[in-house]
Ligand binder design. Structure first.
Ligand code: BTX
Length: 326
């Protein structure tokens, strides 16, 4: 019966703004008109605004403010990225759920979305604040046939896609700070965390966590973040339907991922460089093995940052926090 629900959403997606009669829907989905009616009512209860006009049929006027999986599916026009949505209200971390689903054989493009994370995490076991109903907290499963060495490329790809998706939908232009922070005027809008399941030489699954601050007002951030973080609401003074932003991002991810699989990393690298604010700047890289100060010269074809210190020595930075000295 959730197939009927899926079918309904798909039918409305394929016929935007048109009335669809109960009779034609029942025929299309191979069920009774009563079943259609029941599912229309269920959609209403989940916050869809539906219009019913005698002799014409039903029409979806708007999808709900709360995220529900159908809300992401309604209007999504990708072929596999984000088409299999696993939704939860409250989780420790969407990464943990995606890790488990990947082990159980989830299809590529599976997306885990939650309204709230209690144990949202960043890199190096840092915390990621994920307040309820305010942001996009999601993890995407990709299964590229690449060696482990090349996984940083995918992190950079996702950063570009998220920048583009956010810009397409909201007009907010974010910059990328290597490797994958998205900043607006120096304040953090988005964090990306890539984890993987692999054996010695091959990647089985990449679990890419994306956290986007969407509808937070200043007081929704904990105090220590209020000067360093921002949200799309704070940048636009408008609240946003998060499902639409997720769709925009899924669309860009699929586009860039297909480009990457066909043409390799080079076109992605060019895009990444065009959005980057780290390159050409003097930066400090704090790595687990110490701190290096130098000029960010570029990224390699594997997505590694090249930093030239004052003695002219070039260091390859695989993982670090970058401080931009202003
Ligand atoms: P990161 O280690 O680069 O950044 C973590 C740091 O960012 C924290 O120490 C804190 O200073 C700051 N911070 C925490 N929460 C926020 C926030 N909401 N907005 C701005 N700054 C913040 C970045 O790690 C990677 C974050 C990935 C988050 C996603 S959400 C979905 C998925 N599930 C999960 O547990 N993590 C990922």
């Amino acid at each position: 019966s959730s197939d009927i629900r899926k079918g309904l959403i798909e039918a409305f997606t394929n016929n935007p703004n048109q009335y669809l009669s109960g009779e034609s829907l029942a025929e299309l989905l191979g069920c009774s008109r009563t079943a259609i009616w029941k599912h229309i009512e269920a959609l209403r209860q989940d916050g869809f605004i539906l219009e019913a006009v005698r002799k014409k049929g039903y029409r979806i006027i708007s999808s709900p403010e709360k995220i529900v999986p159908d809300n992401i599916l309604f209007g999504l026009n990708t072929s596999y990225i984000g088409r299999n949505v696993h939704f939860e209200e409250t989780v420790d971390s969407t990464q943990n759920i995606a890790q488990k689903l990947a082990l159980e054989g989830a299809v590529e493009g599976t997306l885990v979305v939650a309204e709230e994370q209690i144990g949202g995490r960043g890199r190096l076991e840092r915390k990621w604040q994920s307040p309820k109903y305010k942001g996009i907290w999601m993890s995407l499963i990709l299964k590229p046939a690449i060696p482990i060495m090349k996984t940083p490329q995918l992190t950079l790809l996702i950063a570009v896609a998220v920048v583009q998706g956010i810009q397409d939908v909201t007009g907010v232009q974010a910059d990328i700070k290597w490797p994958n922070d998205l900043l607006v005027n120096g304040k953090k809008l988005t964090g990306i965390l890539t984890e993987m399941q692999a054996d010695s030489d091959r990647v089985h699954s990449l679990i890419i966590g994306i956290g986007i601050n969407v509808n937070q007002q200043l007081e929704d951030f904990e105090e220590e973040l209020q000067s360093s973080a921002t949200s799309i609401y704070l940048e636009t003074k408008t609240s946003w339907d998060r499902a639409i932003i997720i769709q925009g991002i899924m669309k860009q991810i699929e586009k860039l991922y297909l480009l990457y699989l066909e043409k390799g990393f080079y076109p992605i690298k060019l895009l990444w460089e065009s959005y980057s604010i780290s390159l050409g700047q003097k930066v400090r890289a704090n790595t687990l093995n110490g701190s290096i100060f130098g000029l960010a010269k570029g990224i390699t074809d594997d997505g590694v940052l090249l930093l030239e210190d004052d003695q002219g020595e070039v260091h390859s930075i695989y993982s670090a926090d970058i401080l931009m000295e202003t």
